[in-house]
Design a protein around this ligand. Structure first.
Ligand code: PDD
Length: 289
């Protein structure tokens, strides 16, 4: 079974899955996306991901290309048509195809694309020993809560991090506060063992794994505080970590070359990581370790 992708009502061989050069996603980044992980061919947190997809569309006045039930049906169908047990389902919805004009086109149907792909997860050693990050100024627009396909600043930040030997870029607001990362959210743990993460305002993408992590922390009696923290506070923190669909809970042990805490993943991070693996197991039957 080859790779099959969905484009506007058709299931196609991936190499033949195409959109028009006048798609507004291509010309204006006028669209949104979602990434849902699956394990054992079962989706992880599909409900909250699709809620966020609908919200992103509403915020941009792009209509749903089909009803929610139909979208769920196609998502399952595309999974069934691809021969992959673990991976990610990528959704992209744009305002549609129209002659180039900044104004919203009239009577145009949104374009919907779905593809199934691999995970690009961190390596087992990175989950166990932690990763390095660098801090960079955030160059994105003011509505980062919308999962827009306009990802150029994220691409540049992630590339700069990789060139500096780091897994992620921690993005800083103009006031020096840490917002989130190029492709994930982040949190620190203070000396009292409390988790601190930026609130889900317009300044960050409200990550689904961030939300799950907060629930798991609180359920385990860990105090989780949603407030901005500075880069200096992060560098002085006991622990730090990243959350995201493909990074789960990933320890951060170096920021800008300096060790976080004792330079090894701390107990709160390890507990949250274990709880997150349990969450994956409960939802999909997949054991991470
Ligand atoms: N990225 N912040 C940003 C900027 C992101 O792009 C992502 C996800 C997250 C984490 O969100 P979630 O926990 O819902 O995955 C936070 C996806 C995976 C991507 O762009 O591939």
């Amino acid at each position: 079974m080859g790779r099959i992708s969905y484009v506007n009502g058709r299931y196609l061989r991936h190499s033949q899955a195409m959109v028009s050069i006048e798609d507004r996603g291509y010309q204006f980044a006028d669209g949104i996306y979602e990434v849902i992980a699956f394990y054992n061919r079962r989706f992880l947190d599909a409900g909250p991901h699709l809620d966020r997809l609908e919200r992103s569309l509403r915020e941009l006045s792009i209509p749903m290309p089909m009803g929610r039930r139909a979208l769920e049906f196609v998502a399952q169908e595309i999974l069934d048509r691809n021969d992959r047990n673990d991976g990610t389902l990528y959704f992209q919805i744009t305002r549609g195809v129209a002659r180039r004009d900044h104004l919203f086109p009239k009577n145009v149907k949104p374009s919907l694309v779905m593809t199934v792909g691999g995970m690009r997860s961190p390596k087992p050693a990175e989950f166990e020993n932690g990763v390095a990050v660098i801090a960079l100024p955030d160059q994105r627009w003011a509505r980062r809560d919308i999962k827009s396909i306009g990802l150029l600043p994220n691409v540049l930040a992630k590339q700069r991090a990789a060139e500096a030997g780091a897994r992620e870029a921690w993005l800083l607001g103009e006031d020096g506060m840490v917002l989130e990362c190029a492709v994930s959210n982040n949190a620190i743990v203070n000396a009292k063992g409390e988790v601190i993460t930026h609130p889900a305002t317009h300044a960050i993408l409200g990550g689904i794994s961030r939300h799950v992590m907060l629930g798991l922390a609180r359920g385990a009696g860990i105090k989780a505080i949603e407030r901005p923290f500075s880069l200096a506070e992060a560098k002085a923190a006991k622990e730090a970590f990243i959350t995201g669909t493909t990074s789960n809970v990933l320890p951060v042990v170096r920021i800008d070359g300096g060790a976080v805490g004792d330079g090894r993943p701390g107990p709160v991070t390890k507990l949250l990581q274990a709880l997150y693996y349990d969450h994956i197991f409960k939802e999909t039957g997949k054991r991470w370790n």
